[in-house]
Design a binder for this molecule. Structure first.
Ligand code: ACO
Length: 399
C-alpha cells in the first residue's frame, strides 16, 4: 500500500532541538567547513581576505600580491612577489591548439561558454591534469590564473576579426590584459581600476561557484573539472552574470529620467528584480560596490557621454533601491551593479564582463579547492523525501 514517510522515518532531516523537519533551502547559513581564506560580515559591510580588509587591499595592494596572499596565507616579501609575478608572466601564453579551437567556435557563442570550453581544453593538454596533490593544484592554479585573461582577450580579438596581441611580460597582470584586449597600452587610471576590480572579484567565501568547484573536487575528480563547473555556476544571472545583466538593465532604462517609471513598472509590480541588487550574505551595503562606485564616478566625470549616462541611471536606481528595498528586505546594490560601468569606461564590450570576473575569481575557487581537499570529505547532503513509498508496480500492459 503506497504511503508517505513520517518525519521520524527521516531523522537526519529533523532539528535536534525542536524535532521538526529542518530544510535549509538554498543551504542558507549552513557552515560546511572551517576556513581561513575569507570572512564576510554581511551585517556590517565587511570583507576580509586572509584577515586583510578589502578596503586596505584595494587601496594598497595589487592583484598579483592578493593572489599570493590568498594562496599562501601571508603577504609576500619584495623578492617573493617579484618571483611570483615573474612566474605568472611566464604562464600567460596560450597553447596554439587552444587558439585554433577559439578560431573554430561560432562567433555568437557567449564568452563564459568560450572560457568553459577553453579551460576544459587546457586541462586536456596538461600532462599533470590528474595530480590532485597540493603542489599539483597550486601549479595548475598559477597556470590558469595567468592564462584566463589571455583567453578572454584572444576571444574578443578573434570574434572581431582583429590580429592577436601577444602577452607582454613587462606589464602587470591587469595592464597586460587591457593591452592584449585593445592592442595598445592604456592610461594609468584605467590600468589601476582593472587591477582593483580584479582584487575585488578575487574571492568571496563559499558562494555558488566556489561551492560547485569544491563539490566536484571533493569527489577527487580533477582540478580542471572543478574550475569548469565553477565557470558554469558563475555564468548564471543570479550570480556573476549579474554584472552583464545590470548593464542590459541600464540600457533598457535608457536615460536617468526613465528610472522612476521603469522602477514602478518593473520592480514595484514584481515583474523583474533589480540586477546587481540583493545578496544572500550581505544584508548591508556590499563594500566592493562602494569601491566600484567610486571608480564609476571618477570615470563618469572624466569621460562623460555614455559612461556618465550609465552612471546617472545607476545613481538614481540605487537611490530608489536603498530607499525602498533596503529597509524592509535588506536589499542593497551589490558589486555587480557598479562593476560594469567601470569596465565600460575601459572600453570592454558588455558581454565580456562575467568572463573578466571569472578570470579574477579563479584564485578564490582554487584556494577553496586546495583548502577543502587537504582534509577532504565528499560533499553529500540529504533531501527530505516528500513522495510516496511502497507503491505497487503495475506491469506495463496493465497501466
Ligand atoms: N530586486 C528586487 N527584489 C529582490 C532582489 C532584487 N535584486 N533580490 C531579492 N529580492 C527580494 C525577493 O523578491 C524576495 O522578496 P519576498 O521575500 O517578498 O519574496 C526577497 O528579496 C528575498 O529574496 P531571495 O531570492 O529569497 O534572496 P536570496 O538570498 O535567495 O537571493 C540573490 C540572493 C539571488 C542574489 C537575489 O538577491 C537576486 O536575485 N539578485 C539579483 C541578481 C544579482 O544581482 N546577483 C548577483 C549577486 S552577487 C554575486 O553573485 C557576484
Amino acid at each position: 500500500m503506497a504511503r508517505k514517510l513520517t518525519p521520524e522515518e527521516q531523522p537526519w532531516c529533523l532539528d535536534r532541538v525542536t524535532k521538526q523537519v529542518l530544510i535549509n533551502k538554498g543551504l542558507e547559513n549552513v557552515c560546511m567547513d572551517k576556513s581561513t581564506i575569507c570572512f564576510i560580515d554581511g551585517f556590517h559591510s565587511k570583507l576580509y581576505y586572509r584577515g586583510y580588509s578589502i578596503e586596505d587591499l584595494a587601496r594598497n595592494s595589487t592583484y598579483e600580491e592578493v593572489v599570493y596572499l590568498i594562496l599562501h596565507d601571508k603577504l609576500p616579501t619584495k623578492r617573493e612577489l617579484s618571483d611570483f609575478s615573474g612566474w605568472m608572466r611566464e604562464e600567460r601564453d596560450i597553447p596554439g591548439q587552444v587558439v585554433e579551437l577559439l578560431r573554430k567556435i561560432p562567433k555568437d557563442i557567449e564568452p563564459m561558454e568560450i572560457l568553459r570550453t577553453a579551460v576544459s581544453y587546457l586541462g586536456n593538454l596538461d600532462p599533470g591534469r590528474y595530480d590532485m596533490s597540493r603542489d599539483g593544484m597550486y601549479r595548475k592554479t598559477i597556470r590558469l590564473i595567468s592564462k584566463m585573461p589571455s583567453i578572454v582577450a584572444y576571444w574578443h580579438r578573434i570574434k572581431n576579426g582583429l590580429d592577436l596581441v601577444e602577452p607582454d611580460p613587462r606589464l602587470s597582470h591587469a595592464e597586460n590584459f587591457l593591452y592584449m584586449l585593445h592592442g595598445k597600452r592604456q592610461e594609468e587610471l584605467l590600468n589601476r581600476a582593472m587591477d582593483v576590480s580584479m582584487i575585488l572579484y578575487a574571492e568571496h567565501e563559499m558562494n555558488a561557484s566556489a561551492f560547485t568547484a569544491v563539490v566536484i573536487a571533493s569527489t577527487l575528480s580533477d582540478y580542471y573539472s572543478a574550475i569548469v563547473g565553477a565557470i558554469g555556476a558563475l555564468r548564471g544571472p543570479l550570480h556573476g552574470y549579474a554584472n552583464v545583466e545590470a548593464m542590459r538593465q541600464f540600457d533598457e532604462i535608457g536615460s536617468p529620467e526613465n528610472v522612476d517609471s521603469w522602477y514602478r513598472e518593473n520592480i514595484l509590480t514584481g515583474k523583474k528584480r533589480v540586477m546587481g541588487a540583493g545578496h544572500r550574505v550581505y544584508k548591508s551595503y556590499d563594500p566592493r560596490a562602494k569601491i566600484f562606485r567610486e571608480y564609476a564616478k571618477i570615470f563618469a566625470e572624466k569621460y562623460g557621454g555614455k559612461v556618465k549616462n550609465y552612471y546617472d541611471i545607476a545613481y538614481r536606481l540605487e537611490t530608489l533601491v536603498m530607499a525602498q528595498l533596503c529597509e524592509p528586505k535588506n536589499i542593497c546594490t551589490n558589486c555587480d551593479f557598479w562593476a560594469g560601468i567601470c569596465y565600460y569606461a575601459m572600453g570592454i564590450p558588455i558581454d565580456l564582463y562575467c568572463a573578466v570576473f571569472a578570470a579574477a575569481r579563479t584564485v578564490g575557487w582554487s584556494a577553496h579547492i586546495i583548502e577543502y581537499t587537504a582534509d577532504n570529505r565528499i560533499l553529500r547532503p540529504r533531501l527530505y523525501y516528500d513522495g510516496e513509498v511502497d507503491k505497487e508496480f503495475v506491469p506495463i500492459d496493465r497501466r
